[in-house]
Ligand binder design. Structure first.
Ligand code: PLP
Length: 429
């Protein structure tokens, strides 16, 4: 196609129409199939009802699985492409699909977001969100404590494409501010870090974003909107790995980004290029899982709280990392930001180092030894050889991944059974 530029440097296509990102258009929530987000209802009710599409033709209660890669074109669809509102049309499943729209509306309701996009993985969500806000030669500030996949993306690929990244402590707002440069565009942090559960001060981070006119993006996978809604603080985009608590059953790989419709249209444009939209069948599973999200999270939170007390007082446990524990390094911030809703994640160091940690995980019966988190079953792994395996030994030491560190995702089993299982193995250590 033959492009030309107007006086403002905006690109026009040969037929005079403008590129998608240059169009001025009315913004609306969504896209969505239904208009009812159950805004006046509470979290559990939204988990059950928001976004669900009851098919008016068949009267099926619940969203059908729209297992179709493409949709009939019409004059209205062609017009929408020219007007820049193609995101609100069904055209092709990578662009949008009713099964995606339904679960996206549910997540939007839970996040208090105007708009959400679901992705084929958390990493796909992360890469599209980050690329949508960075430009040529941009700089971003992020945490030294990051999920390994995210670290690899930033360290290997962003730098390869001419962008630069500063790594700082996520708990020190002064260090974060000091790392901001003239070409900084983005502050990117995990609300609760993987695996040491360090907390970023969200309110202070948003204030920095406003002061320096930067985008603030948070990976909220460990906490989820049940425990912390970062968009309410003014964060620009929130990311969840849907593989974890949102999916909740260790049976799908998915991701989600939520935010204002304006920014999410940019993420959508990026997603079209990266690919990585979520398959309709996985959308169905994600939407179905989210109906029990609130009750699952309540049990994860409660079980973790009780297990943390047990582990903290056990002589074979050297140290525990859990925001609800009295020994947590940021108790004041945790009380303010989480108000007792600490999620089901914790890490702890076993007396006897990595050998003892391996022995523990090899012998627990209810806590399954597997990477990933947020499932109904308790899952345990050793960060040094899983989520943080791509870091050097020195980098692991620098962020505090010590010998014997176990990451535990506490499931929704009966807490007394979980404790008994730990007691049995810890007593033979
Ligand atoms: N963010 C965090 C905090 C994670 O722990 C993970 C995976 O473990 C991801 C993102 C990536 O999610 P996914 O595996 O769905 O791509």
């Amino acid at each position: 196609m033959n492009e030309c530029f107007d006086d403002l440097g905006k690109e026009h296509r040969a037929d005079g129409s403008m590129w998608f990102n240059d169009l001025k258009r009315e913004r609306q929530n969504g896209p969505s199939l239904t208009t009812n987000r159950y805004e006046s209802c509470d979290f559990s009710t939204k988990s059950v009802h928001s976004g669900q599409y009851d098919d008016p033709l068949t009267k099926a209660l619940g969203t059908p699985i729209y297992q179709s890669s493409t949709f009939y074109l019409s004059e209205g669809v062609y017009d929408s492409i020219h007007e820049g509102s193609a995101r609100d049309q069904m055209i092709y499943t990578r662009y949008g699909n009713p099964s995606q729209w339904a679960v996206q509306e549910k997540i939007s309701a839970l996040e208090n977001a105007e708009s959400t996009i679901v992705f084929a993985s958390g990493m796909s969500a992360i890469s599209s969100a980050i690329l949508s806000v960075l430009e040529k030669s941009s700089h971003m500030v992020t945490s030294r404590d990051l999920y390994g996949g995210t670290y690899n993306l930033l360290y290997e690929d962003l730098q390869r494409f001419g962008m630069s990244v500063s790594y700082v402590s996520p708990t020190d707002i002064n260090e974060i501010e000091a790392a901001i440069q003239e070409d900084t565009k983005l502050l990117y942090f995990e609300s609760l870090t993987n695996p040491l559960l360090k907390m970023v001060p969200v309110e202070d981070l948003v204030a920095l974003g406003k002061k320096y006119k930067l985008r603030v993006v948070i990976d909220n996978t460990f906490l989820t909107p049940y425990n912390l809604r970062v968009l309410d603080y003014g964060v620009d985009l929130v990311i969840n790995s849907g593989t974890k608590y949102l999916g909740g059953h260790s049976d799908i790989v998915a991701g989600a980004v939520s935010g204002s419709r304006k920014l999410m249209d940019g993420v959508w444009g990026q997603m079209l290029k990266n690919g990585g939209s979520l398959d309709p069948h996985a959308c169905f599973l994600l939407e179905r899982s989210l109906k029990t999200f609130a009750i699952r999270m309540r049990t994860h939170n409660q079980n973790a709280k009780e297990l943390a007390v047990y582990l903290e007082n056990h002589p074979k446990i050297k140290r525990i990392y859990y925001p609800g524990s009295p020994s947590y390094a940021q108790t004041e911030l945790a009380a303010k930001q989480l108000n007792g809703k600490c999620s089901g994640m914790m890490s702890f160091e076993v007396v006897g180092g990595n050998k003892a940690a391996h022995y523990l995980l090899d012998n627990l019966k209810l806590t399954k030894q597997a990477t990933s988190l947020g499932g109904v079953e308790s899952l345990g792994s050793l960060p040094y050889n899983t989520s943080q395996a791509s870091l050097t030994e020195n980098q692991q030491k620098e962020i505090g991944i010590n010998e014997g560190l176990v990451r535990l995702s506490v499931g929704i089993e009966d807490i007394e059974d979980l404790k008994k299982d730990f007691e049995r193995v810890l007593n033979t250590l």
